[in-house]
Ligand binder design. Structure first.
Ligand SMILES: Nc1nc2c(ncn2[C@@H]2O[C@H](COP(=O)(O)OP(=O)(O)OP(=O)(O)O)[C@@H](O)[C@H]2O)c(=O)[nH]1
Ligand SMILES: [Zn+2]
Length: 184
């Protein structure tokens, strides 16, 4: 990857041998590998057995989870917040695992819609929940720095599974949590 980055620098009209760029191909490779590390993540390892039997069937919401992803069309960042909810079937997940799962699917070349769906499907598979809902809100650099150059537009995408798809009251409860300012 680093060798190819050298060629990219040359194609840009740069001199890869100048001092400031000498380590750039290696740095870029490292950065890109980190930003796409979700491809090699192991969900089982990440969840690490943190699934607990608990007599609980009320909605759990973890909101305002920041994420950074890369659009697969331009390889430019899109970033924002994910809001995740589930209704347990007497099985709950360690709370920190939810942002970890968000990162697994954010750290890839993505479209926002697919990322949102993948987060929901992964949680559903891990938890066998009554329902899972995911809403993401993001700003896309490919729409800001270039192209249509809109600085203020944001994109919302959602994936509703199980009860969240079938029942308006569950969806509404989730949406009211997302809309309300934090209590703390
Ligand atoms: N649905 C969706 N589209 C995205 C996402 N990220 C980037 N895009 C869009 O992907 C499209 C690619 O369109 P093309 O016409 O092939 O590419 P382009 O000529 O660079 O398009 P412009 O951005 O309009 O200049 C653009 O409309 C982008 O806004 C995403 O997460 N979801
Ligand atoms: Zn893009």
């Amino acid at each position: 990857m680093a060798a190819n980055m050298k060629e990219v620098l040359r194609a840009l009209g740069e001199d890869p041998q100048r001092e400031g760029l000498l380590s750039t191909p290696v740095r870029t490779e490292k950065a890109l590998k980190f930003l796409t590390s979700g491809y090699t993540a192991d969900i089982e390892k990440i969840v690490n057995g943190a699934i607990f039997n608990e007599k609980c069937d009320e909605m759990v919401v973890v909101k305002d989870i920041e994420f950074f992803s890369m659009c697969e069309h331009h390889m430019l960042p899109f970033y924002g917040k994910a809001h995740v909810a589930y209704i347990p079937k007497n099985k709950i997940i360690g709370l920190s695992k939810i942002p970890r799962i968000v990162d697994v699917f954010a750290r890839r070349l993505q479209v926002q819609e697919r990322m949102t769906q993948q987060i929901a499907e992964c949680l559903q598979e891990v938890l066998d929940a009554v329902g899972v809902g995911v809403i993401t809100e993001a700003r896309h650099f490919c729409m800001m720095m270039r192209g249509v150059e809109k600085q203020h537009s944001s994109t919302t995408s959602s994936a509703m599974l199980g009860a969240f798809r079938q029942r308006k009251d569950s969806r509404d409860e989730f949406l009211s949590h997302v809309r309300h300012n934090s209590l703390i």
